[in-house]
Design a protein around this ligand. Structure first.
Ligand SMILES: *Cc1c(COP(=O)(O)O)cnc(C)c1O
Length: 401
């Protein structure tokens, strides 16, 4: 029988199919956020003003780090972190293949070589043992990624870094508000990056930040995001007068604006509520879907408290013929905006063109063939959550036929 027939006649939880696609992620903007941005529009500073320092202080305080340096986006922030860590020509940096391309592109920007180590098959985070196996005398840094919002094993990476003289840059784009061993992300690595893209936990439109306890890294990051220019009298090599500044290194214009920073500070006030709602939605999915034959719900390591940027379900082809690929089509046809995160980075055509193999990390590749991200964002109603659960169960029934 052609199983495409009759999708839109399914009764989903007794109701009609959703009229509009439920996205996998979506920002939550309220009147306070709008007012905060309007205030800046009416102020003297649209960029390089006081809202940026305020936002940096807010994020540093929240995450428990001493310094924060905001950037135009998370990718620029990662580029800055690699620069501050001194990554250059020939240096190797170990990261996860199961991530957005920015986590390793930042190494390429600096002339370094990304080295991919496999993920753990349970948490989907970079495996410390696999990292150890990739360390050479050229290795300079590790970039663990807190996949889906669950922090990576930061104590293990810190220990490896100490033993081998490496810098740890945590890609925490998914994990603002998450905890590891009772400590918040942002206090666990030498430098930690958060992203404020609209699908992430809080948004500034585009935006990113590095938090760190090191004043030296913070200085390098500030210079890097603004052309390598300093006006600090204590740092100038000479001083021609009050107008004088010096470009002392090659930086970029990677600055964030005050409009964005003010939005960020306003959004941050709601972060804990957003994360609590994400945790509720994840618990509802796991409650309804754990134990369904052919589905695998996300494993949570006891040391972590995820902030649930993504909720990933794996579909076992041997039990549910067609697996993830068919489930994706069916769920999309039911207006459930499922997604796949991520294609192993080294399989991207650009990485292939610079010499990476297609099969490198077997756990990441197995994951990629089965994974499907369900919608999860704080604005989802209970009805939305139930629609997703009903649609998944309906899909399971169809595949099992
Ligand atoms: C979103 C994201 C980034 C990059 O952030 P942008 O702000 O979009 O540049 C980096 N790494 C991961 C894992 C991400 O999800």
């Amino acid at each position: 029988m052609d199983q495409q027939v009759g999708f839109d006649s399914f009764a989903l939880g007794g109701s009609e199919m959703r009229e509009k696609m439920l996205p996998y992620g979506c920002q939550q903007i309220d009147d306070d956020d709008v007012a905060a941005v309007v205030d800046i529009l009416r102020s003297a500073w649209l960029t390089q003003g006081p809202a940026i320092e305020r936002f940096e202080r807010d994020i540093a305080d929240y995450s428990g780090a001493k310094h924060a340096v905001a950037f135009a986006n998370g990718t620029a922030a990662l580029h800055g972190a690699c620069y501050a860590a001194g990554i250059g020509q020939g240096d190797e940096v170990i990261t996860s293949p199961l991530t957005f391309v920015a986590s390793s592109n930042c190494v390429l920007y600096c002339g370094g070589k990304p080295v991919f180590a496999d993920i753990r098959p349970d948490t989907y985070n970079l495996d410390p043992q696999a990292v150890l196996e990739q360390i050479t005398d050229k290795t300079k840094a590790i970039i663990p990624v807190d996949f889906s919002g669950q922090p990576a094993e930061m104590d293990a990476f810190s220990a490896i870094a100490r033993d081998h003289g490496l810098v740890v840059i945590e890609d925490a784009a998914h994990s603002l508000g998450a905890e590891y061993g009772g400590r918040r992300t942002g206090s666990l690595a030498d430098m930690t990056m958060f992203s404020f893209h609209p699908v992430k936990h809080i948004t500034t439109g585009e935006g990113g930040i590095i938090v760190t306890d090191s004043a030296e890294y913070a200085d390098r990051l500030r210079a890097f995001r603004s052309h390598g220019i300093t006006r600090d009298p204590g740092q100038l090599l000479r001083n021609d007068g009050p107008w004088y500044y010096e470009m002392q290194s090659l930086g970029y214009n990677y600055r964030i604006t005050d409009l964005q920073a003010a939005l960020g500070s306003s959004q941050l006030k709601k972060l804990d509520t957003f994360v609590a709602r994400r945790r509720e939605i994840a618990a509802a999915y796991t409650g309804a879907l754990a134990g369904v034959p052919g589905l695998q719900v996300p494993y949570q390591h006891p040391d972590t408290n995820s902030s649930w940027h993504l909720y990933v379900l794996r579909w076992k082809k041997d039990i549910l013929p067609g697996g993830r690929d068919r489930a994706f089509d069916i769920l999309r046809s039911l207006n459930i905006g499922v997604h796949v995160h991520y294609i192993p980075v080294y399989q991207q055509p650009y990485y292939q063109s610079i010499g990476y193999e297609t099969t490198v990390c077997s756990h990441a590749e197995a994951y990629y063939s089965e994974a499907l991200s369900l919608p999860i964002f704080p604005g989802m109603t209970d009805r939305d959550v139930q629609d997703v659960i009903d649609a998944v169960l309906e899909t399971v029934n169809l595949l099992a036929i």
